[in-house]
Design a protein around this ligand. Structure first.
Ligand SMILES: CC1=C(CCC(=O)O)c2cc3nc(cc4[nH]c(cc5[nH]c(cc1n2)c(C)c5CCC(=O)O)c(CCC(=O)O)c4C)C(CCC(=O)O)=C3C
Ligand SMILES: [Fe+2]
Length: 372
């Protein structure tokens, strides 16, 4: 076996995710955790609660994270990477603070984090950093770690890493094959992601506008690769789903369901919905797309298929390993190769302090203001 890859300075890897209910009794407290202080209308909460209830009160997200955890552990072990992998969530058990307490008790002090969101936005990036800072502060306050002793970093955004994009290209190719042959070549590609308030989209990333720019880049990369593989230039568009918040606040549009009607009216013979905004088939995918948008497509008489998320695709898991080793090398002062597809280039390792602002400023982890 070749020498074990150098993971210094890190001594643990943390999978940080959203969390979801695991039974009917969890649904309301979970939604309360998600929406605390966020002014989500009651009707919207009741409606989203219904989506969970339809699935027996169980979100698929936790099982999917357990699978990702197992796949990561197997991949790291198979490549001699000596890093224990822990898992914690923002909104449901295992809660981040409990995971970090356990990890700290096991003696770990330099933690690298993988967040289950590939893009820059308040919800997908800064809010997770705030969660980490709050959890560390709680552990310091209870005396579980000395002040400043537990240091947590995050791997760079991976939306344009080949390990994320390539499995989705194959997913779209597979989805096209599921369509009846006579509508396949004319099929439109609808790349979908979570809608967010336009105000958050405008201020996302170091220079603003990163959320949409990054999704457009991934859409373009996938559409280009599909064209290369099939010889057909499928029309495509980036659209949004899972809008929440007050109807008076502008959120990114068009919604996938409106888009389906629009392309139907334009004469599209079929649609592939590609949920590029998500890393696994959690509730936003199985309800908002597979249930709601599919029903809309059926109503419109529009043949539609949904392509796969990356899930535990071995290329995605290997890509995470590569990003972990890349970041470790960078922390040791080396200049590792930083693979990224397309024109945007690799994201920086550490967000500037004014990146993806939320409503109220909360402290993010130490070192976030560093430029790299
Ligand atoms: C950008 C983004 C991602 C992708 C990045 C990432 O993965 O983080 C994401 C993921 C997810 N969102 C999820 C669930 C929910 N999101 C909500 C509410 C909101 N999401 C927002 C944005 C995002 N959300 C926003 C701006 C709100 C408004 C309230 C607020 O400003 O925070 C609500 C409240 C009810 C509602 O209004 O829908 C729920 C229940 C689940 C779990 C699914 C499961 O259980 O399987 C996942 C993975
Ligand atoms: Fe969400």
């Amino acid at each position: 076996m070749p020498d074990a890859p150098d993971v210094r300075p890190y001594d643990a890897l943390l999978l940080l995710s959203f969390g979801g209910p695991e039974g009917p009794a969890d649904v309301v407290p979970f939604l309360e955790n998600v929406t605390r202080g966020r002014g989500i209308p009651r009707e919207r909460l009741a409606e989203v609660g219904e989506h969970y209830v339809r699935f027996g009160g169980v979100s698929p997200i936790n099982a999917q994270n357990r699978e990702l955890l197992a796949a990561l552990r197997a991949d790291l072990a198979g490549h001699g990477v000596d890093l224990p992998v822990y898992w914690g969530n923002r909104n449901w058990t295992p809660l981040l603070t409990d995971t970090l307490r356990e990890l700290a008790a096991a003696g770990h002090r330099r933690v690298l984090t993988l967040v289950t969101s590939a893009y820059s936005s308040y919800s997908g990036c800064r809010q997770y950093q705030e969660d980490l800072a709050a959890a560390v502060a709680a552990l310091e306050a209870e005396g579980a770690v000395a002040p400043g002793a537990l240091r947590i970093d995050r791997i760079r955004h991976y939306f344009n890493h080949p390990g994320f994009v390539e499995p989705m290209v194959d997913g779209v190719l597979d989805a096209l094959k599921e369509l009846p042959e006579e509508v396949r070549d004319g099929a439109h590609l609808a790349f979908t992601t979570h809608s967010i308030p336009t105000a958050s989209a405008d201020t996302s990333g170091p220079a603003g506008g990163a959320y949409v720019a990054q999704h457009l880049e991934v859409s373009r990369l996938i559409a280009g690769a599909v064209r290369e593989a099939t010889g057909t230039a499928h029309p495509w568009e980036l659209v949004y789903q899972s809008r929440s918040g007050s109807p008076h606040t502008p959120w990114l549009e068009p919604d996938i369901c409106e888009h389906l009607a629009a392309v139907r009216a334009q004469g599209a013979p079929a649609v592939v919905m590609a949920p590029i905004g998500f890393v696994s088939d959690h509730m936003e995918v199985v309800y908002d797309l597979d249930t709601e948008a599919m029903a809309r497509a059926a109503e419109l008489g529009l043949p539609a298929v949904r392509s796969a998320t990356v899930g535990t695709d071995p290329r995605f898991v290997a890509g995470i390993r590569e990003l972990v080793l890349e970041r470790a090398a960078a922390e040791r002062g080396a200049a590792p190769p930083r693979r990224a597809l397309g024109a945007l280039g690799p994201c920086r390792d550490v967000c500037p302090a004014d990146c993806c602002p939320g409503r109220a400023r909360r402290p993010a982890p130490a070192g976030e203001a560093e430029e790299r």
